[in-house]
Every structure is written in C-alpha cells, then in structure tokens.
Design a protein around this ligand. Structure first.
Ligand code: THU
Length: 140
C-alpha cells in the first residue's frame, strides 16, 4: 500500500472483520470477510454467501468484487483485506485470486493483500499470489 493509503489500513482490516459478521455460512460455519480499498478511499466489503447446493457458494472476495463492479468500479484497487475464523490468517482461494486480478488489471494496479488473523497480518501482493495471471490483456 502506498503512503497515500497507509492510513486506511486499520479501517480496511476492521471492515473485513465486520463483513465476516454478515457472512452467510451456515454449512461450513467458516465465516469470511473481505474488504476492498480503492484509490479514492472508498471501501467495498463482502462476506461469503453459501448455498444449500454447497458447490454454488460464493467466497467473500468474489462477493466484494461483484458489489464493486456492480457499483461501476473498473480498476483503482489499492488493497484487499481478508479474514477468516481461524488462528492463522487465510489467503484468498485460487478462484478469488483470478476474480481479484480482473478488477486490478482493469486499472493497472497490483493490490496489496492483507491476510488478517486474530494475532497477525500477512501482507502479500496479488501478483505474488497469482503470478503470470491470465487477464483482460491476454485476450488482445
Ligand atoms: N471462502 C471464502 O469466502 N474465501 C476464501 O478465500 C476461501 C474460502 C469461503 C468459501 C466457503 O463458504 C467457506 O469459506 C469454507 O470454504
């Protein structure tokens, strides 16, 4: 995260934790929250949304990206925070890495992903979670 956005860090982490409280995860009981920070300071959140047909469940990051894009966002993604219920920080699943890459690539950013646990935060760039990504430019 650039110095410009560093002061949003605590707010972003709190937003992810808050989003996990609204997760709909009655089947796994694994409540995940995600929060996306955009260049203008706006934060968009999501929690996982499960389904009685288990395989249809949506991850928190996917819900957050969908909300952001439904609101007109096309890039400008600076940072992402994700948090789960365990003792260790979780990282976004493979599908969510690809979903995050789409909105990041549209604005040419490489967002910092904050993997938020109860005691520690692991920071990694999306490009390190998803090297050699297939993205919008791959179709040119
Ligand atoms: N889950 C997420 O929401 N994000 C991830 O990155 C990993 C997994 C959700 C999916 C499912 O509802 C629950 O966590 C257990 O896998």
């Amino acid at each position: 995260m650039s110095d410009d956005h560093a002061h949003y860090r605590d707010e972003l982490i709190a937003a992810a934790r808050h989003a996990a409280e609204a997760a709909y995860a009655p089947y796994s009981d694994f409540h995940v929250g995600a929060a996306l920070l955009f260049e203008d300071g706006e934060i968009v959140t999501g929690g996982n949304v499960e389904n009685a047909s288990y395989g249809l469940s949506l991850c928190a990051e996917t819900v957050a990206v969908s909300k952001a894009m439904a609101g007109g966002r096309r890039g400008g993604l600076v940072a992402v925070a994700v948090t789960g219920p365990g003792e260790d920080p979780i990282t976004p699943c493979g599908r969510c890495r690809q979903i995050l890459n789409e909105i990041a690539a549209l604005g040419g950013t490489d967002p910092l992903v904050l993997c938020v646990g109860p005691h520690a935060v692991r920071e990694v760039h999306l490009s390190d979670l998803l090297p050699m990504a297939f993205g919008p430019a791959s179709l040119d």
